[in-house]
Design a protein around this ligand. Structure first.
Ligand code: KG4
Ligand code: ZN
Length: 334
């Protein structure tokens, strides 16, 4: 039949993004207006500033996504938008834009959960095989998700305190690196040796939950104690040791979940999926276990609208649409 074109919109945090995809899997455009440079000055995302930038950027970003795809709104069959979780003022900008287009054009409105979007970034690379286990690691999320079929998500475990990316950013700040610090720690870790003793937070033996605040404190204490003794710690070794602890726990819990749930696939998602140490370790363990691993390219790992359109396509096929009363829900559950 005729192809389906979906316009995706993402504004949950500090990226204004719009995308057009064909038949749920082919990216025709994926425009991202990043605010990173503004928030860098504050060492983190400032919600009020983010909302205002989204308002300034949203119309042009959508127009660019359509132009790049060689499409107009006449070609679009449905609008998929992130409606949570995220910053409420930021979410509302995308939701309002999506509602306006849906109403003006008389085309269906689809509400997408941000984490579902991160997971479906993988479907833009490779078809999903169920059951599967997805590890979602970003600045705001750390979740192990079990999927038995399209559009069904069961959270097996999540962080009890800091998200993985948040822990990276806090440790980077302690080492005087700019925000976001994850990529800097990753680079430094590859120049050092993991020889600084740091804890692994496994929690209960059968738990799929995570905790990173104890590890972060251990890094800060190590720095503090060394300074008091007039010693210096090689930052590269500290970074390598921190990365070793984070990736060991993430990877081993993912593998245990995959084995116990008979996973046919492991998916990696979220900004921290860019981490070289994590990719290498997960790749090696999945190979040893004989479980296929999918990791999207970096441009689809960080917040973007193509992943939202990909998740939205599943709801489109099922006819799961929203009314014009759709709202942004900051703490939306999966
Ligand atoms: O998914 P994302 O772009 O935004 C959120 O939804 O949070 O993830 C951003 C997070 C930041 O915490 C950043 O430091 C982290 O991903 N990150 C990394 C790497 N690249 C980005 N963390 C560790 N290693 C990396 N190479
Ligand atoms: Zn995200």
């Amino acid at each position: 039949g005729a192809p389906t074109y979906i316009l995706g919109i993402e504004t949950s945090c500090d990226e204004t993004s719009a995308s057009v995809i064909r038949d749920g899997r082919e990216v025709l455009s994926n425009v991202i207006a990043s605010q990173a440079d503004i928030h860098k000055r504050f060492g983190g995302v400032v919600p009020e500033v983010a909302s205002r930038r989204h308002v300034e950027n949203i119309t042009l970003t959508i127009e660019e996504a359509l132009t790049e795809a060689g499409k107009t709104l006449d070609d679009i069959q449905a609008i998929a938008v992130t409606y949570g979780p995220g910053l409420v003022g930021a979410l509302l900008v995308g939701v309002a834009a999506a509602k306006a287009i849906s109403m003006a054009r008389g085309i269906p409105l689809i509400g997408v959960h941000h984490i579902a979007g991160h997971i479906y970034a993988n479907r833009l690379v490779q078809e999903m095989e169920f059951p599967l286990i997805a590890l979602v690691v970003s600045g705001g999320h750390t979740e192990l998700v079990w999927m038995k079929e399209h559009g069904q998500f069961e959270i097996l475990g999540e962080t009890r305190d800091d998200a993985a990316g948040e822990a990276y950013d806090k440790v980077a700040r302690a080492l005087n690196m700019p925000y976001p610090g994850g990529p800097h720690i990753d680079r430094l870790a590859h120049e050092g040796e993991a020889n600084v003793p740091l804890p692994r937070s496994w929690l209960a033996p059968d738990s799929y939950d995570f905790s990173f605040s104890g590890l972060k404190s251990a890094v800060l204490n190590t720095l503090h104690n060394a300074a008091q003794r007039g010693e210096t710690i090689e930052p590269a070794n500290l970074a390598a040791s921190f990365q070793d602890s984070v990736t060991e726990v993430l990877v081993e819990k993912t593998i245990r979940a995959a084995r116990s749930h008979g996973a046919k696939q492991v998916l990696l998602a979220g900004g921290v999926a860019a981490n070289r140490g994590l990719r290498e370790r997960l790749q090696a363990r999945c190979e040893a276990e004989g479980i296929p691993l999918v990791i999207p390219p970096f441009s689809l790992c960080t917040d973007n609208a193509a992943m939202i359109a990909a998740a939205g396509f599943i709801k489109y096929e099922k006819g799961q649409f929203e009314g014009l009363d759709l709202n942004g829900v900051p703490s939306l559950s999966l």
